[in-house]
Design a protein around this ligand. Structure first.
Ligand code: PLP
Length: 405
């Protein structure tokens, strides 16, 4: 079979093999625990469900305008006013099949083969692959101080004539780190000065803890939306626990949105009308769901961090937001793929190796699941890694027996 060079350059999801193993173990009745989840477990807001059902009942489920239906655009205009203090026009918005598709199409609209895109490492697994899909070059930026909080110099040292865009995701997947207002101000101003596109992936912007306030990139953008190369990405997946609706959006200047809409028109057409109606219900409905989810995640974060800190040698950067913690397990194994395999084999716990996020020696442990799973999962990890562990532990109806020295 002959595949394109681009197809050959793309790597699959880092969790694919592990998820397969997890599914087999589960099917065999093993009491496995998934600490690798990428979506909140709370219910979809009832306002979203009702709006979707109401539309379904019309029995008119049709194509929509490629860039989204007017009422969704109105909801996004209000959202942008509320959270970004920016008045945008309907023509500055494109709704898409998830934030992921909005980012992908933005990259397709701006990148030429050979151009470069810089983003802080550790990074969301899809950024390098999306950039490669455009024939361009991903350039991860590692912090000199090895922290999860990049400085401007970490980002700018790789800027050259081929640099076309920067992607910032704060709070960040996988680290949960929320970058400082000072950093966001600097990067917005730097990109504007250098005429580089800046994609702000704000998908987690409402899931932040410790009384932190959302940071609004527009605050530091002096140009009007139409002259600006700032692209703000958002969606309903995380904040409203609506991952299955596949609805996200981009806000940017009209010319870029028009180009993106042309691309989307040939790729997928507009997102499903049902998802758009659901998104309107969520955005315009009761916001208590978001706050309840945020509080649950903050509580889970505290439990997870407390437990991880009790593991000898494990180093934790406390997540400021999201539902992921990116813990340093170098003390046990510098090879995170091997460590992750070991944990699923020995402890029946799924964690995600750091390699896919650009940093080995780390495991991404998610706290979007239940408190019981987090507590039990870390108890088992501790047992599997600690040399002084007892030979056996009880896991529900089963007993795990130590078969290593
Ligand atoms: N951006 C980041 C950083 C993510 O972690 C994810 C999902 O995991 C997305 C974007 C994609 O979100 P959506 O489900 O809206 O496509």
């Amino acid at each position: 079979m002959s595949l394109s060079l681009i197809a050959q350059s793309i790597t699959g999801s880092p969790t694919l093999g592990l998820n397969k193993k997890f599914a087999i173990l589960k099917a065999n009745g093993e009491p496995v625990i998934h600490l690798g989840g990428g979506e909140p477990k709370s219910k979809v807001p009832i306002d979203a469900i009702n709006a979707t059902i109401d539309h379904l009942k019309t029995r008119e489920v049709r194509y929509t305008p490629v860039d989204g239906i007017p009422p969704l655009k109105n909801a996004i205009i209000e959202y942008t006013e509320e959270f970004y203090n920016r008045t945008v026009d309907a023509k500055d918005i494109m709704a898409s099949g998830g934030a992921k598709q909005a980012i992908m199409i933005a990259l397709q609209a701006i990148l030429n083969p050979g151009e470069e895109v810089i983003f802080p490492a550790p990074y969301w697994v899809s950024y390098p692959e999306m950039v490669k899909l455009c024939g361009a070059k991903p350039v991860p930026a590692y912090s000199e101080d090895e922290s999860f909080y990049p400085k401007l110099i970490d980002m700018t040292k790789n800027v050259n004539s081929k640099t076309k865009a920067v992607i910032i995701n704060s709070p960040n997947n996988p680290t949960g780190a929320m970058y400082s207002e000072e950093f966001i101000a600097e990067i917005v101003e730097y990109c504007a000065k250098k005429d580089i596109y800046l994609i702000m992936d704000d998908i987690y912007h409402r899931l932040i803890f410790d009384g932190k306030k959302q940071i609004n990139p527009y605050k530091f953008e002096k140009k009007l939306v139409e002259e600006s190369k700032l692209i703000v990405i958002n969606g309903v997946s995380k904040q409203f626990a609506m991952t299955g609706f596949r609805l996200g959006w981009a806000v940017a200047n009209k010319k870029l949105i028009e180009a993106m809409t042309n691309i989307q028109g040939h790729q997928t057409s507009g997102p499903s009308v049902l998802s758009q109606k659901g998104a309107i219900g969520a955005i315009e409905g009761d916001q208590l769901n978001v706050e309840t989810l945020r509080l649950t995640l903050e509580k889970n974060r505290n439990i997870l961090v407390g437990l991880l800190n009790s593991l000898e040698g494990v180093k934790v950067t406390v997540p400021d937001g999201t539902f992921n913690c990116f813990a340093n397990f170098n003390f046990y194994d510098k090879d995170s793929n091997r460590l992750s395999e070991l944990l699923i084999d020995r402890a029946k716990v799924l964690t995600v190796p750091g390699t896919g996020f650009g940093l080995d020696g780390h495991l991404r442990i998610s706290f979007c699941g239940s408190e019981a799973d987090i507590t039990e999962g870390i108890r088992r990890i501790k047992w599997a890694l600690d040399r002084s562990s007892p030979d056996e532990i009880n896991i529900g109806e089963k007993i795990l027996v130590r078969d290593w020295v």
